[in-house]
Write a protein that binds this ligand. Structure first.
Ligand SMILES: Cc1cc2nc3c(=O)[nH]c(=O)nc-3n(C[C@H](O)[C@H](O)[C@H](O)COP(=O)(O)O)c2cc1C
Length: 173
């Protein structure tokens, strides 16, 4: 599958087959993640892999009861390591680049997953403190995305996109 096909066919997928996602597959997803660009190549990302049923359920509760999270065989939590980028870029690194960098890594995971016949859903609606507590995150490590991944058990339609001509500006707004 080439990159355009992966971009087009990736869908937020919230139902998964009971099949496992192997350690090798997870490693491949994370290798794709760390190929993402990052401000000054500071790579302010850390990843937590969750397979334990109780941990997954606790994450689902922390994500405002989005119970589908706990039904995925594996959940990757993408965290922003703010001190790693703040060392060079101060507040801009900690509060701005770290979110862009982790978002880029997340999209790489989703596109790689699509190419591998897997699917996931970017979950950003959660209580930060509750997720940090479940995962034992140190201070200044911010959970950015909860990413349940599995073999897709549904084929969602593409939600409509705003037509390009409505959001495109030339030279000035
Ligand atoms: C920043 C962000 C936060 C999101 N949070 C959630 C979420 O908490 N729960 C959920 O089910 N989907 C969530 N989504 C997925 C979006 O609903 C989905 O990307 C959007 O509807 C477009 O569908 P598509 O991903 O299939 O193209 C989130 C996506 C992004 C990028």
């Amino acid at each position: 599958m080439d990159v355009f096909e992966s971009i087009k066919t990736r869908r937020s997928t919230r139902r998964y087959k009971p099949e496992n996602v192997s350690e090798d597959q997870v490693e491949k997803l994370l290798e794709a993640a760390i190929m993402a660009p990052s401000g000054g190549n500071m790579q302010p990302w850390d990843f937590i892999i969750i397979r334990d049923e109780n941990q997954k359920k606790a994450l689902a509760r922390a994500a405002l009861g989005q119970s589908f999270i706990a039904t995925a065989p594996v959940v990757i939590v993408v965290c922003a390591n703010k001190p790693r980028t703040a060392r060079r870029y101060g507040d801009r690194g900690a509060e701005f680049y770290s979110l862009q960098d982790t978002a880029a890594a997340t999209q790489n995971i989703l596109l790689a997953a699509t190419a591998m016949g897997l699917a996931g859903c970017w979950v950003g609606a959660f209580n930060d403190d509750a997720v940090s507590n479940v995962l034992g995150l140190p201070k200044n490590i911010r959970p950015v995305v909860i990413l349940p991944i599995g073999v897709p058990g549904e084929s969602p339609r593409m939600p409509p996109r705003i037509p390009l001509k409505e959001i495109l500006h030339y030279e000035k707004w």
